[in-house]
Design a protein around this ligand. Sequence first.
Ligand code: HEM
Length: 484
Amino acid sequence: KNRKPYCNGLSLPPAPWPRLPLVGNLFCRPPTIASLDEVLRRLHAAHGPVVSLWAGRKPAIFIACHDIAHRALVHMGATFAHRPTSWHSGVNSHGVNSATYGSRWGLLRRNLSSHLAAEHVIAGAFRSSAGSLVKSLESAAAAAAGEADGGGAVVAPSETLRHAVFGFFAALCFGEGVGEDTLGRLRGLHVEIISLIVELDAFHLMPVLLQVVCYFPRWRKLLSAQRRHHDLVTAIISARRRRREEGVGSDAADPRCYVDTLLGLGLGEDEMVSLCWEYMNAAVKTTTTALEWIMARLVLHQDIQQKLRNDIAGSDHMTCGERRRRRRPFVEAVVLEALRLHPPAHYLLAHTTDKDVTLDKYVIPKGSIVNFGVATIGRYATLWTDPDAFRPERFMEGGEGCGVHSIAAASGGPEMMKMIPFGAGRRACPGAAVATTVLQSFVEDLVRRFEWIPVASGVDMTEKPGIVTEMRMPLYTRVVVRQN
Ligand code: HEM
């Protein structure tokens, strides 16, 4: 019914009628990402890859086609590089992601990207967290060995993986030397704040009235958690500032961690706290979730796990740094295939446009919310053979995914966008290269040190939809410590 001409004879992308946000879910319970998935599945099936919902007075347009996503994010990159604003952004208000597309965003993004490109910083942080991850798993396996009925110990490694990934990114963000106790409190605060955020609000999909209704009962708790987070991170930053002023270690001469780079930019306290929140928040849950899906796949596909082990056996004598620099096509393929089939983020962060644009045969009005179906594109039946099957070989030489990277090259065509786990174009994830390198390195260490065997009940691969789509049941597996 709303296909009537809107602008220059073109109509808006098809939407359900009446124009209510996430129809059918609004009145019974707060709308969730699961209900969004459901509504979009039906709309795409009925109307094709470009559809709209209504977030209050604004259309929210969803694109689930790699070709159209390529036109929007790459060809019309500058037009689609804007983010919608929010009346309350809390801890996120000064982040790169919420920055208006312009000079401040450019400065913060360049700073983050060059910090993440510093090879020696990444290598140092990785060495210590990979070491402690292997030790913790060995201890967990030893503790559980008594309960095992032969053939290794049954463990639930999720918490250990999460701890290692958090430790790695905390070392990159705040530098080495922050106490375990402080990191524990910081992790607890991240969990608390995230549990209080209304999921769909993160995608700018809720009309203001609904936001007020959903946030009202949790507002005080959210403010209190944010205040405690602010105090803790300010104390860590102050300690880091003092270290630099006193010239402890080589840090004063060579800015290493993210906080050092922020101190160099002369930002205010609130800005730095917000940027640290964003760093840890953007990095940890996504990377941990990806790691869990990869390990679940390796437990499920014993042949792929063995092939991976054979493949990395040749690098056993190398140092950590040498291994990270060497190209490892099969490990890369395993990580890419897992990111295609199980992207941690099923949608990008919300984009918006600074003018009316025509896309496909529709008009996208200025200021609309625009988002892209990451999971739908990665599992598209016309783009991938047997898209629901886990086949890393498709990314090897001669395979249908050969040449496809986790981030589409700006010069490539739409075929480069057959998967977009990190987005594409100007707002694509600046942490993509670090995340994939770290995933490959953790996976190598975990497969080199342990054998991962399914328990009798198998592996539950059901998804738990959310801002980050995790496994519904945490991984539960048998591990055997390898002797060599
Ligand atoms: C497996 C791990 C990760 C995944 C799947 C992931 C995914 C994404 C996605 C889908 C976006 C939205 C892109 C868009 O809206 O077009 C994004 C943005 C972003 N990510 Fe990541 N990310 C990961 C790791 C990281 C890491 C390690 C960092 C930094 C330490 C990071 C920092 C950011 C930032 C700052 C943005 C906003 C960029 C901007 O608005 O300019 N992410 N990420």
